[in-house]
Design a protein around this ligand. Structure first.
Ligand SMILES: [Zn+2]
Length: 141
């Protein structure tokens, strides 16, 4: 990561893609809900003030993500994937992210969003894994 200023880190697109690949290879899933458990990202659905769609906080090895409870499951997947992007790409950054509705996202926000888009496009591996286990289990003696 290259620090250019207070809020500007520069990850090349292939770096972001590599980070997604490494995560999916390690945990064998791209599901944001499963990944959040594996990464100790605690989900705290509740109410967020107008203009703020989420709040991410890191403390030691635990992280907490508050978001609005009224959003759809699909939107939650996107939001959680975005926060995982911050955790993976911006671990050196200050431990608090306020997620705002902003027309021109900062470099950090654009990176987290690119990470989320990439992650959600990954083929779901855990289902393949489960099917293989199921078949193997049923082929045994
Ligand atoms: Zn963000």
């Amino acid at each position: 990561m290259v620090w250019v200023g207070d809020d500007v880190s520069v990850h090349m697109p292939e770096e972001i893609h590599g980070a997604v690949q490494q995560l999916v290879d390690t945990f064998e899933t791209n599901d944001p809900f499963r990944l959040s458990r594996l990464l100790h990202l605690h989900l705290l659905p509740g109410r967020t003030p107008a203009g703020i769609w989420g709040i991410l906080m890191r403390y030691d090895n635990e992280s907490f993500f508050g978001y609005d409870i009224s959003i759809s499951a699909d939107k939650q997947r996107i939001y959680i994937a975005h926060e995982i992007g911050h955790l993976v790409l911006h671990g050196d950054h200050a431990p608090l992210f306020l997620e705002l509705d902003e027309p021109r996202p900062s470099a950090l926000e654009a990176e987290a969003q690119a990470f989320a888009t990439d992650l959600l496009q990954e083929p779901e591996r855990s289902l393949l894994q489960l099917n293989e286990n199921w078949v193997l289990g049923h082929l045994g003696p």
